[in-house]
Design a protein around this ligand. Structure first.
Ligand code: FDP
Length: 340
Protein backbone atom coordinates (compact mmCIF):
# COMPACT_ATOMS: atom_id res chain seq x y z
CA UNK A 1 0.00 0.00 0.00
CA UNK A 2 1.31 3.45 -0.87
CA UNK A 3 1.94 5.90 1.92
CA UNK A 4 -0.78 8.15 0.52
CA UNK A 5 -3.40 5.39 0.70
CA UNK A 6 -3.12 4.74 4.41
CA UNK A 7 -6.36 5.34 6.26
CA UNK A 8 -6.32 8.44 8.42
CA UNK A 9 -3.61 10.13 6.34
CA UNK A 10 -4.26 13.80 5.73
CA UNK A 11 -3.24 14.71 2.21
CA UNK A 12 -3.05 18.39 1.49
CA UNK A 13 -3.41 19.61 -2.07
CA UNK A 14 0.24 20.68 -2.09
CA UNK A 15 1.38 17.20 -1.18
CA UNK A 16 -0.92 15.58 -3.70
CA UNK A 17 0.18 17.82 -6.58
CA UNK A 18 3.83 17.25 -5.69
CA UNK A 19 3.33 13.49 -5.61
CA UNK A 20 1.64 13.62 -9.01
CA UNK A 21 4.52 15.69 -10.34
CA UNK A 22 6.89 12.84 -9.53
CA UNK A 23 5.06 10.77 -12.20
CA UNK A 24 6.45 13.17 -14.81
CA UNK A 25 10.26 12.94 -14.64
CA UNK A 26 10.62 15.83 -17.09
CA UNK A 27 8.51 18.14 -14.90
CA UNK A 28 10.17 21.38 -13.80
CA UNK A 29 7.65 22.16 -11.06
CA UNK A 30 6.10 25.08 -12.95
CA UNK A 31 2.74 23.35 -13.38
CA UNK A 32 2.79 22.39 -9.73
CA UNK A 33 3.18 26.04 -8.73
CA UNK A 34 0.52 27.12 -11.21
CA UNK A 35 -1.94 24.68 -9.64
CA UNK A 36 -1.05 26.04 -6.17
CA UNK A 37 -1.69 29.55 -7.49
CA UNK A 38 -5.14 28.46 -8.68
CA UNK A 39 -5.91 26.83 -5.34
CA UNK A 40 -5.04 30.13 -3.66
CA UNK A 41 -7.27 32.08 -6.06
CA UNK A 42 -10.05 29.62 -5.14
CA UNK A 43 -9.59 30.32 -1.44
CA UNK A 44 -9.77 34.06 -2.04
CA UNK A 45 -12.90 33.82 -4.19
CA UNK A 46 -14.47 31.41 -1.68
CA UNK A 47 -13.89 33.89 1.13
CA UNK A 48 -15.82 36.49 -0.90
CA UNK A 49 -18.63 34.22 -2.03
CA UNK A 50 -19.26 33.15 1.54
CA UNK A 51 -20.05 36.82 2.26
CA UNK A 52 -22.03 37.33 -0.94
CA UNK A 53 -25.26 37.86 0.96
CA UNK A 54 -23.87 41.02 2.48
CA UNK A 55 -25.01 44.27 0.96
CA UNK A 56 -21.48 45.46 0.21
CA UNK A 57 -21.06 43.12 -2.74
CA UNK A 58 -24.63 42.32 -3.69
CA UNK A 59 -26.15 44.00 -6.71
CA UNK A 60 -25.14 44.44 -10.27
CA UNK A 61 -22.55 46.73 -11.73
CA UNK A 62 -24.97 47.68 -14.49
CA UNK A 63 -22.52 46.67 -17.23
CA UNK A 64 -22.89 43.69 -19.54
CA UNK A 65 -20.11 41.24 -20.37
CA UNK A 66 -19.10 39.93 -23.80
CA UNK A 67 -21.94 37.37 -23.63
CA UNK A 68 -24.46 40.21 -23.08
CA UNK A 69 -25.17 39.01 -19.58
CA UNK A 70 -25.35 41.36 -16.65
CA UNK A 71 -22.08 41.43 -14.79
CA UNK A 72 -22.31 41.29 -11.05
CA UNK A 73 -19.72 42.64 -8.68
CA UNK A 74 -18.60 39.25 -7.51
CA UNK A 75 -17.86 38.22 -11.12
CA UNK A 76 -15.61 41.23 -11.48
CA UNK A 77 -13.81 40.44 -8.30
CA UNK A 78 -13.26 36.80 -9.29
CA UNK A 79 -12.10 37.77 -12.77
CA UNK A 80 -9.65 40.42 -11.56
CA UNK A 81 -8.30 38.14 -8.83
CA UNK A 82 -7.68 35.29 -11.26
CA UNK A 83 -5.78 37.57 -13.60
CA UNK A 84 -3.80 39.46 -10.96
CA UNK A 85 -2.67 36.30 -9.19
CA UNK A 86 -1.28 34.87 -12.41
CA UNK A 87 0.01 37.82 -14.45
CA UNK A 88 3.40 38.22 -12.78
CA UNK A 89 4.53 34.71 -11.86
CA UNK A 90 6.42 33.91 -15.06
CA UNK A 91 4.45 30.69 -15.36
CA UNK A 92 1.73 31.88 -17.77
CA UNK A 93 2.16 33.09 -21.36
CA UNK A 94 -1.36 34.31 -21.99
CA UNK A 95 -4.79 34.08 -20.40
CA UNK A 96 -8.38 34.26 -21.63
CA UNK A 97 -11.45 34.79 -19.49
CA UNK A 98 -15.11 34.23 -20.19
CA UNK A 99 -15.59 37.83 -19.07
CA UNK A 100 -13.39 39.41 -21.75
CA UNK A 101 -13.83 39.70 -25.50
CA UNK A 102 -10.14 39.25 -26.29
CA UNK A 103 -7.16 37.36 -24.93
CA UNK A 104 -5.44 38.73 -21.84
CA UNK A 105 -1.72 39.10 -22.59
CA UNK A 106 0.81 39.10 -19.77
CA UNK A 107 1.92 42.71 -19.17
CA UNK A 108 5.28 43.46 -20.85
CA UNK A 109 6.91 44.27 -17.51
CA UNK A 110 6.51 40.62 -16.41
CA UNK A 111 8.11 37.52 -17.90
CA UNK A 112 5.85 35.30 -20.02
CA UNK A 113 5.84 31.62 -19.10
CA UNK A 114 5.07 28.42 -20.96
CA UNK A 115 1.46 27.77 -19.94
CA UNK A 116 -1.85 29.09 -21.23
CA UNK A 117 -4.59 29.69 -18.68
CA UNK A 118 -8.27 29.87 -19.61
CA UNK A 119 -10.92 30.52 -16.98
CA UNK A 120 -14.57 31.16 -16.30
CA UNK A 121 -14.06 33.10 -13.08
CA UNK A 122 -17.55 32.80 -11.62
CA UNK A 123 -19.92 30.49 -13.37
CA UNK A 124 -23.60 30.38 -12.43
CA UNK A 125 -23.58 34.01 -11.37
CA UNK A 126 -27.29 34.48 -12.03
CA UNK A 127 -27.63 32.44 -8.83
CA UNK A 128 -25.68 34.83 -6.59
CA UNK A 129 -28.74 36.58 -5.24
CA UNK A 130 -30.32 33.26 -4.22
CA UNK A 131 -27.45 31.82 -2.19
CA UNK A 132 -26.98 28.93 -4.61
CA UNK A 133 -23.66 27.23 -5.40
CA UNK A 134 -21.28 28.94 -7.83
CA UNK A 135 -18.08 27.74 -9.46
CA UNK A 136 -14.85 28.67 -11.20
CA UNK A 137 -13.63 26.57 -14.13
CA UNK A 138 -10.06 26.56 -15.43
CA UNK A 139 -8.01 24.95 -18.21
CA UNK A 140 -4.26 24.82 -18.70
CA UNK A 141 -2.50 24.25 -22.02
CA UNK A 142 1.10 24.51 -23.16
CA UNK A 143 2.00 27.53 -25.28
CA UNK A 144 2.38 26.45 -28.91
CA UNK A 145 3.19 29.76 -30.60
CA UNK A 146 6.65 31.25 -30.91
CA UNK A 147 5.95 34.60 -29.24
CA UNK A 148 4.80 35.62 -25.77
CA UNK A 149 1.45 33.91 -26.27
CA UNK A 150 -1.52 34.75 -28.47
CA UNK A 151 -4.91 33.67 -29.76
CA UNK A 152 -3.56 30.50 -31.35
CA UNK A 153 -2.42 29.32 -27.91
CA UNK A 154 -5.92 29.76 -26.52
CA UNK A 155 -7.71 28.00 -29.40
CA UNK A 156 -6.34 24.51 -28.78
CA UNK A 157 -8.32 21.29 -28.87
CA UNK A 158 -9.25 19.66 -25.58
CA UNK A 159 -6.94 16.79 -26.48
CA UNK A 160 -4.01 19.18 -25.89
CA UNK A 161 -5.05 19.95 -22.31
CA UNK A 162 -2.37 19.66 -19.64
CA UNK A 163 -4.79 20.06 -16.75
CA UNK A 164 -8.27 21.30 -15.98
CA UNK A 165 -10.53 21.62 -13.00
CA UNK A 166 -13.05 23.63 -11.09
CA UNK A 167 -13.73 25.21 -7.76
CA UNK A 168 -17.19 24.67 -6.34
CA UNK A 169 -18.43 27.21 -3.81
CA UNK A 170 -21.19 25.18 -2.20
CA UNK A 171 -21.97 23.99 1.29
CA UNK A 172 -18.22 23.55 1.41
CA UNK A 173 -15.63 24.76 -1.05
CA UNK A 174 -14.08 22.09 -3.23
CA UNK A 175 -11.32 21.99 -5.79
CA UNK A 176 -11.56 19.15 -8.30
CA UNK A 177 -8.86 18.77 -10.92
CA UNK A 178 -7.09 16.42 -13.25
CA UNK A 179 -3.64 16.64 -14.77
CA UNK A 180 -4.31 13.56 -16.87
CA UNK A 181 -3.85 11.02 -14.07
CA UNK A 182 -7.47 10.68 -13.01
CA UNK A 183 -9.64 13.11 -11.09
CA UNK A 184 -9.19 14.08 -7.46
CA UNK A 185 -11.33 16.27 -5.25
CA UNK A 186 -10.21 18.39 -2.30
CA UNK A 187 -12.38 20.05 0.31
CA UNK A 188 -11.36 23.32 1.90
CA UNK A 189 -11.04 23.05 5.65
CA UNK A 190 -11.89 26.64 6.57
CA UNK A 191 -10.44 26.28 10.05
CA UNK A 192 -6.92 25.79 8.69
CA UNK A 193 -7.39 27.33 5.23
CA UNK A 194 -6.17 24.20 3.46
CA UNK A 195 -7.61 21.98 0.73
CA UNK A 196 -7.56 18.35 1.92
CA UNK A 197 -7.98 15.30 -0.29
CA UNK A 198 -11.56 14.18 0.30
CA UNK A 199 -12.47 12.49 -3.01
CA UNK A 200 -9.50 10.48 -4.29
CA UNK A 201 -9.58 8.91 -7.78
CA UNK A 202 -13.13 9.90 -8.67
CA UNK A 203 -14.91 7.56 -11.12
CA UNK A 204 -18.40 8.16 -12.41
CA UNK A 205 -20.52 5.36 -10.87
CA UNK A 206 -21.68 2.55 -13.16
CA UNK A 207 -25.33 3.03 -12.26
CA UNK A 208 -26.55 6.51 -13.17
CA UNK A 209 -28.92 8.38 -10.87
CA UNK A 210 -29.89 11.69 -12.42
CA UNK A 211 -30.44 13.53 -15.66
CA UNK A 212 -29.92 17.26 -15.55
CA UNK A 213 -31.27 19.72 -18.08
CA UNK A 214 -33.30 22.93 -18.19
CA UNK A 215 -36.54 21.30 -19.23
CA UNK A 216 -38.16 24.72 -19.54
CA UNK A 217 -36.45 24.86 -22.92
CA UNK A 218 -38.03 21.65 -24.23
CA UNK A 219 -40.19 23.56 -26.72
CA UNK A 220 -36.99 24.63 -28.49
CA UNK A 221 -35.37 21.20 -28.67
CA UNK A 222 -34.98 19.00 -31.73
CA UNK A 223 -36.91 15.72 -31.96
CA UNK A 224 -33.74 13.78 -31.12
CA UNK A 225 -33.24 15.65 -27.83
CA UNK A 226 -36.91 15.28 -26.90
CA UNK A 227 -36.89 11.53 -27.63
CA UNK A 228 -33.63 11.17 -25.68
CA UNK A 229 -35.13 12.92 -22.67
CA UNK A 230 -38.16 10.63 -22.77
CA UNK A 231 -35.74 7.69 -22.88
CA UNK A 232 -33.89 8.98 -19.80
CA UNK A 233 -37.23 9.28 -18.04
CA UNK A 234 -37.94 5.60 -18.68
CA UNK A 235 -40.74 6.20 -21.15
CA UNK A 236 -39.42 3.57 -23.53
CA UNK A 237 -39.11 -0.16 -22.84
CA UNK A 238 -35.76 -1.10 -21.33
CA UNK A 239 -34.65 2.48 -20.82
CA UNK A 240 -33.47 4.09 -17.59
CA UNK A 241 -35.87 5.82 -15.28
CA UNK A 242 -33.78 8.60 -13.87
CA UNK A 243 -34.72 11.38 -11.50
CA UNK A 244 -34.20 14.96 -12.63
CA UNK A 245 -31.98 17.50 -10.89
CA UNK A 246 -31.13 20.95 -12.24
CA UNK A 247 -29.47 23.69 -10.23
CA UNK A 248 -28.77 25.98 -13.19
CA UNK A 249 -25.21 26.45 -11.97
CA UNK A 250 -23.02 24.39 -14.26
CA UNK A 251 -20.29 23.44 -11.81
CA UNK A 252 -22.83 22.26 -9.24
CA UNK A 253 -24.77 20.27 -11.85
CA UNK A 254 -21.58 18.77 -13.24
CA UNK A 255 -20.19 17.91 -9.80
CA UNK A 256 -23.33 15.98 -8.91
CA UNK A 257 -23.23 14.19 -12.26
CA UNK A 258 -19.60 13.21 -11.65
CA UNK A 259 -20.26 11.82 -8.18
CA UNK A 260 -23.74 10.32 -8.63
CA UNK A 261 -23.61 9.21 -12.26
CA UNK A 262 -25.99 10.42 -14.93
CA UNK A 263 -25.94 13.05 -17.62
CA UNK A 264 -25.99 16.83 -17.75
CA UNK A 265 -26.92 18.49 -21.02
CA UNK A 266 -27.51 21.91 -22.48
CA UNK A 267 -28.54 21.07 -26.03
CA UNK A 268 -28.92 23.34 -29.01
CA UNK A 269 -32.18 25.22 -28.70
CA UNK A 270 -32.81 24.51 -32.38
CA UNK A 271 -36.05 26.48 -32.51
CA UNK A 272 -34.80 29.46 -30.53
CA UNK A 273 -32.87 31.89 -32.76
CA UNK A 274 -31.10 33.28 -29.65
CA UNK A 275 -29.46 29.96 -28.77
CA UNK A 276 -29.00 27.83 -31.89
CA UNK A 277 -25.85 26.29 -30.37
CA UNK A 278 -27.09 26.15 -26.80
CA UNK A 279 -25.69 28.41 -24.13
CA UNK A 280 -22.43 26.98 -22.90
CA UNK A 281 -18.98 27.96 -24.13
CA UNK A 282 -16.69 25.44 -25.73
CA UNK A 283 -13.46 26.84 -24.29
CA UNK A 284 -14.40 27.87 -20.79
CA UNK A 285 -17.03 25.26 -19.91
CA UNK A 286 -17.41 22.29 -22.26
CA UNK A 287 -13.77 21.37 -22.88
CA UNK A 288 -12.54 21.38 -19.25
CA UNK A 289 -15.60 19.51 -17.98
CA UNK A 290 -15.46 16.97 -20.82
CA UNK A 291 -11.79 16.37 -19.94
CA UNK A 292 -12.68 15.74 -16.28
CA UNK A 293 -15.55 13.46 -17.30
CA UNK A 294 -13.24 11.43 -19.54
CA UNK A 295 -10.63 11.20 -16.81
CA UNK A 296 -13.37 9.82 -14.53
CA UNK A 297 -14.52 7.21 -17.08
CA UNK A 298 -17.23 9.33 -18.73
CA UNK A 299 -17.50 11.46 -21.84
CA UNK A 300 -18.45 14.87 -23.22
CA UNK A 301 -20.08 15.36 -26.63
CA UNK A 302 -21.79 18.03 -28.70
CA UNK A 303 -24.31 15.39 -29.78
CA UNK A 304 -22.28 14.12 -32.69
CA UNK A 305 -18.62 14.20 -31.73
CA UNK A 306 -16.37 14.11 -28.70
CA UNK A 307 -15.92 17.62 -27.30
CA UNK A 308 -12.18 17.02 -26.88
CA UNK A 309 -11.74 16.49 -30.64
CA UNK A 310 -13.36 19.78 -31.67
CA UNK A 311 -11.09 22.52 -32.99
CA UNK A 312 -12.19 25.80 -31.37
CA UNK A 313 -12.68 28.63 -33.86
CA UNK A 314 -13.31 31.59 -31.60
CA UNK A 315 -12.81 32.44 -27.94
CA UNK A 316 -16.48 32.63 -27.06
CA UNK A 317 -17.92 29.93 -29.29
CA UNK A 318 -20.99 28.21 -27.87
CA UNK A 319 -21.68 24.52 -28.27
CA UNK A 320 -24.40 21.99 -27.45
CA UNK A 321 -23.05 19.98 -24.52
CA UNK A 322 -23.81 16.49 -23.19
CA UNK A 323 -21.57 15.22 -20.39
CA UNK A 324 -21.48 12.47 -17.79
CA UNK A 325 -21.78 8.70 -17.86
CA UNK A 326 -20.30 7.46 -21.12
CA UNK A 327 -23.21 5.23 -22.17
CA UNK A 328 -25.77 7.97 -21.55
CA UNK A 329 -23.79 10.49 -23.60
CA UNK A 330 -23.44 7.95 -26.40
CA UNK A 331 -27.20 7.37 -26.27
CA UNK A 332 -27.70 11.10 -26.84
CA UNK A 333 -25.52 10.82 -29.94
CA UNK A 334 -27.57 7.85 -31.15
CA UNK A 335 -30.89 9.68 -30.70
CA UNK A 336 -29.61 12.82 -32.39
CA UNK A 337 -28.22 10.82 -35.30
CA UNK A 338 -31.56 9.03 -35.69
CA UNK A 339 -34.01 11.91 -35.23
CA UNK A 340 -31.88 15.04 -35.65
P1 FDP B 1 -25.24 31.61 -15.45
O1 FDP B 1 -25.98 32.15 -16.65
O2 FDP B 1 -25.97 31.81 -14.16
O3 FDP B 1 -23.80 32.11 -15.36
O4 FDP B 1 -23.01 29.37 -18.42
C1 FDP B 1 -23.70 30.07 -17.51
C2 FDP B 1 -24.75 29.31 -16.73
O5 FDP B 1 -25.14 30.02 -15.63
C3 FDP B 1 -24.31 27.91 -16.26
O6 FDP B 1 -23.62 27.93 -15.05
C4 FDP B 1 -25.61 27.17 -16.15
O7 FDP B 1 -25.47 25.77 -16.31
C5 FDP B 1 -26.44 27.76 -17.26
O8 FDP B 1 -25.87 29.05 -17.53
C6 FDP B 1 -27.87 27.92 -16.88
O9 FDP B 1 -28.60 28.36 -17.98
P2 FDP B 1 -30.21 28.38 -18.00
O10 FDP B 1 -30.63 29.42 -17.01
O11 FDP B 1 -30.56 28.75 -19.40
O12 FDP B 1 -30.69 27.01 -17.63
Amino acid sequence: MEETDQPGQIITIERHILEEQSSFPEATGTLTYLLYDIALVGKIIASKTSRAGLAEILGRTGDTNIQDEQVQKLDRFADATFFRMNDHTGRVAVMASEEHANILPIPEKYPAGKYVLLFDPLDGSSNIDYNISLGTIFSIYRKVSAGRGGLEDCLQKGRQLVAAGYLLYGTSTMLVYSAGLGVNGFTLDPTVGEFLLSHPAIRIPETPQYYSVNQGNEKYWSKGVREYTAWLQGMQPGSHSLSARYVGSLVADFHRTLLAGGVFYYPADSHDPRKPHGKLRLLYEAIPLAFLAEQAGGKGSDGSQDILDIQPQTLHQRIPFFVGSRDLVEQAETFIQKYG
